[in-house]
Structure formats: C-alpha cells, structure tokens
Write a new protein. Structure first.
Length: 239
C-alpha cells in the first residue's frame, strides 16, 4: 500500500487521531516522532499483509489489530516517556488537588448546612474518590507519583497542625489575624477528608489499571507491549 493510500484509510486516520489525544502532553518533537514511526511500521505491515493476498481493507484491519487498542498504546507511550515526566506529574497532582478543594468549597458552601455532619463527610468522600479515580484514568503517570502524593498530603497536613498549635498557644496575636487563621484552619480541616479520599481514589484506580495492563501483557504479549518497546527504542515491531 502506498503512503497516499495509507493517508486515505479512515480506520488509520481514526487510530492515529485517538493515539494523538492520548499523547498530547508529550513534547511536539516526540509526538511527531512517535506518529511518523507508527505510520512507517503500519505501512510496512499493511504491505506485508497485501503480499500475502489480503485486500487493502483487510490488510489495514490486520495491522491495527496487531498494534492493539489505540488508547492503551497511547497511554503506555505516555507513561514510558522519560521527558518531562516528573514535572508533568507534579503539575497534574497539584491541579487535581486544587480542583478537588475548589469543588469541595463550592459544595459545602451551597449545601453544607443541609447535608449535616454525616452528609458532609459522605459528600467529601464521594468527591475525593471520584476526582481521584477520574484523574488517574486520564493521566496514568500518577502510578509513578505515589510518593509525591504522600509528600503533598504531608505538606498539607503538617502546616495545618503547626498553625493550630501556634495560634492556640499565642497570646499577642491581633484578633483579626486569629479570626482569619481560624477560618483558614476550619476550611483545611474540612477538606482533609477530601484530600485523603482523593489519594485513596488515585491509588485504587492505579491498582486496577496495573492489574488490567498485566492481563493485557499476558494476553497480547506479541502485540501491544512488544510494539510499545519497539516504538520507544526505534526497532521495528516483531510478530
């Protein structure tokens, strides 16, 4: 199959578009390299299928099946990327914490009195678990930032405790400062449930995804994992 015919295949276009969405956070150069290498490998595999007598459409389907699911491939490539992994993960962790805390503040501000103590805790648990699981699903590199998340939680809890100890023991603090600090402390105290359940949600989603990838590796050892390695190291995929 010529490169022009490769460009015209809608299945290939959809496959590459799906892959692009999953690797959009890679650098421009790396994303272009991955896409071009993938095109070359697919072109070669389609040509090999046609030489065996397959029609163009069947050859395309066979090549894509050997490469595996585009979303899973893109996520594996994103996790395997060495460039900007930690900075990107740190930004993601901080962004998710900010989103979760803003959502919690809005929820409790609107319906806090109506929910009651038990309802407030339940709402924060659902919010934390939901945001954490969704964030981990969208950004699998959270699996590599478990220690980072613990540091973030530690950096969140320790100042809260220290601030409480200081203002409880201080006697010369202006009243307005004490009032402001008490308000901040109350807000942070409420949100600790959201933060803890957020971490639990990320860890749960990470464990579930890791198990799914292990099953995928066992069932498709000759397709997806091997081709991910090939794309990352510049070697042609092997059947």
């Amino acid at each position: 199959m010529s490169h022009n015919l490769l460009e015209k295949a809608p299945e290939l276009d959809n496959y590459l578009s799906t892959l692009d969405k999953e690797i959009k956070d890679l650098s421009v150069d790396e994303r272009a390299t991955v896409r071009e290498e993938l095109r070359q490998h697919l072109d070669a595999m389609i040509a090999a299928e046609e030489e065996l007598g397959a029609s163009p459409s069947i050859a395309v389907d066979a090549a894509l099946e050997k490469f595996g699911n585009a979303k899973e491939l893109g996520r594996r490539l994103r996790v395997e990327s060495e460039q900007n992994l930690v900075p990107a993960s740190l930004r993601n962790v901080l962004a998710v914490f900010v989103v979760a805390l803003l959502a919690q503040a809005t929820l409790l501000g609107v319906a806090g009195e109506w929910l009651g103590p038990a309802g407030r805790v339940a709402a924060m648990a659902i919010l934390g678990l939901g945001v954490g699981m969704y964030a981990e699903k969208r950004r699998p590199d959270f699996a590599l930032t478990g220690a980072m998340m613990l540091f973030v939680v530690g950096g969140y809890v320790c100042p809260l405790l220290l601030m409480g100890l200081y203002f409880d023991s201080a006697t010369s603090v202006p009243h307005w400062v004490n009032t402001l600090a008490s308000g901040i402390r109350d807000l942070l105290s409420d949100s600790i449930f959201t933060v803890l359940f957020l971490v639990i949600g990320v860890c749960f989603a990470t464990a579930r995804r890791t198990k799914r990838w292990q099953m995928l590796d066992n069932s498709q050892m000759n397709t997806l994992p091997r081709r991910v390695w090939a794309l990352r190291h510049g070697a042609p995929p092997r059947d």
